[in-house]
Design a protein around this ligand. Structure first.
Ligand code: CU
Length: 160
């Protein structure tokens, strides 16, 4: 039984890994990174962000900030009451739930000149999968199939 259980554990890990690996990391601004002079609204258009995806802000440390703010902070370019703040040059933010997250550069004048980003994360589940999306949907199926196989192995081994 111990062998069967550890096999199941391994298979479940594989299944979990499969599910996790479907999360993506978006480099904000792509090759240009997090800097002034980029329209980040433009950058987000056409992209779909899902729970578990990550945002990577790459910039020169201390020259910019990645400051997470409220919706009003985003629209007024105010970093007061910021939810988080980083100047390290390499800021990774995990999109942990559905909703809109707001980020600004809190260096004077930069947010108001456009260095701001709003990212909307879709609700997980129905209605959020864009039409024709073939990337995200199959992965949970594969995971489930592995779990089914694992369960079958457990049952078989338990019988002998
Ligand atoms: Cu900046």
């Amino acid at each position: 039984m111990a062998n069967a259980l550890s096999l199941v554990a391994v298979l479940l890990c594989v299944a979990s890994y499969g599910a996790l690996s479907s999360a993506r990391t978006f480099t904000v601004g792509d090759d240009q990174g997090w800097m002034s002079g980029i329209d980040y609204t433009d950058w987000t258009s056409g992209k779909t962000f899902a729970v578990g995806d990550k945002l990577l802000f790459s910039y020169r440390s201390q020259e910019h900030t990645v400051t997470e703010v409220s919706k009003s902070g985003y629209y007024t370019c105010s970093g007061s009451g910021a939810l988080s703040d980083d100047t390290s040059g390499w800021t990774v933010v995990t999109l942990t739930g559905p909703g809109t997250r707001y980020f600004i550069c809190n260096v004077t004048g930069l947010c108001s000149s456009g260095m701001k980003l709003a990212v909307t994360v879709a609700e997980s589940g129905g209605g959020t999968v864009p039409s024709g999306a073939s990337g995200g949907a199959p992965t949970p199926g594969v995971g489930s199939a592995v779990v089914v196989v694992a369960t079958g192995v457990l049952i078989k081994l338990a019988l002998f």
